[in-house]
Design a protein around this ligand. Structure first.
Ligand SMILES: [Zn+2]
Length: 103
């Protein structure tokens, strides 16, 4: 009782800090040390920290969407245009009456 209990609580705070840090895509080893030093304050600190992951995921998914946007090849000029396009931006060829080959 006493010191041992405080040490146990401190240790748990360190682990909890590391777990929260890990879930926020942060360096959990570093935060484990911070949690062990600061105890409950480490938990409060990491809880207030913004997560790194949602922003990164949003950026990468937006990137993927741009890369994977469907496109088709213009039969007139053989340039790649977006699948939604009705008119070729390169030569002005109209797609609406023609079924283009899509892969
Ligand atoms: Zn064209």
């Amino acid at each position: 009782m006493g010191v041992q209990l405080i040490l146990t609580v401190w240790l748990i705070c360190g682990v909890v800090t590391a777990i929260i840090a890990g879930s926020k895509d942060r360096n959990w080893v570093g935060w484990l040390l911070i949690g062990l030093v600061l105890g409950i304050f480490g938990v409060i600190l990491i809880a207030c920290m913004p997560s790194l992951s949602p922003q990164l995921v949003a950026v990468s998914s937006a990137h993927q969407q741009a890369e994977h946007r469907a496109s088709k090849t213009c039969p007139e000029c053989a340039e790649t245009v977006l699948m939604e396009a009705n008119v070729c931006k390169h030569c002005g060829f109209r797609f609406n009456s023609v079924k283009t080959i899509s892969s």
